[in-house]
Design a binder for this molecule. Structure first.
Ligand code: THU
Length: 167
């Protein structure tokens, strides 16, 4: 039996926080401000997110938990859905995601699969890529030039098949 191999590559760059542009570090600061407003009494894990729109407007979000666990929502989705709800026609230029939780600061924190799929859809519904900034440690930021790097082989029913190339 012959198998077909699907292969793809992802590019994430670890950069020094000092090398960020002013606009990028401002977006990270906004994500930190958002994290301070998280409602995470059950996990204690705070996540903050900030979306920069083409107009320069910044939309913030943080994780919002609920006693009925699945009813809560991650910080990234709160910010992206708020941006979609308030500014449906505005392009998203960049997204910053942070967690001030000690475990995230000491090691790393990457968005969950569900959020990656949502970030990808925010990108595919517009014609331009979204730059993603993930603060993995205090002084280090993981940068992706597109959502596709975070979710290769994403769920996609385009052409009736799962495709590696979402663009
Ligand atoms: N969480 C996020 O906000 N973003 C992610 O990408 C992963 C997890 C939240 C959900 C929950 O409130 C807490 O972190 C612990 O899982």
């Amino acid at each position: 039996m012959k198998y077909e191999v699907m292969e793809t590559s992802c590019k994430l760059t670890l950069i020094d926080a000092a090398d960020l542009t002013k606009q990028e570090s401002e977006l990270l600061t906004k994500a930190h401000e958002a994290a301070a407003k998280a409602y995470a009494p059950y996990s204690g894990f705070r996540v903050g997110s900030a979306v920069r729109l083409k107009s320069g407007q910044i939309v913030m979000g943080s994780n919002q938990e609920n006693i009925a666990y699945p009813s809560g929502l991650c910080g990234e989705r709160v910010a992206l859905f708020a941006a979609g709800a308030q500014f449906p026609d505005e392009e998203i230029e960049a997204l910053a995601v942070v967690s001030p939780s000690p475990v995230a600061v000491e090691k790393a924190f990457l968005p969950c699969g569900g959020c990656r799929q949502v970030i990808l859809e925010s990108e595919t519904r517009q014609s331009t890529k979204i730059k993603i900034l993930l603060q993995v440690r205090n002084e280090v930021v993981l940068v992706s030039e597109s959502a596709i790097n975070l979710i290769p082989f994403a769920f996609n029913v385009k052409n009736g098949a799962l495709r590696a190339d979402n663009h």
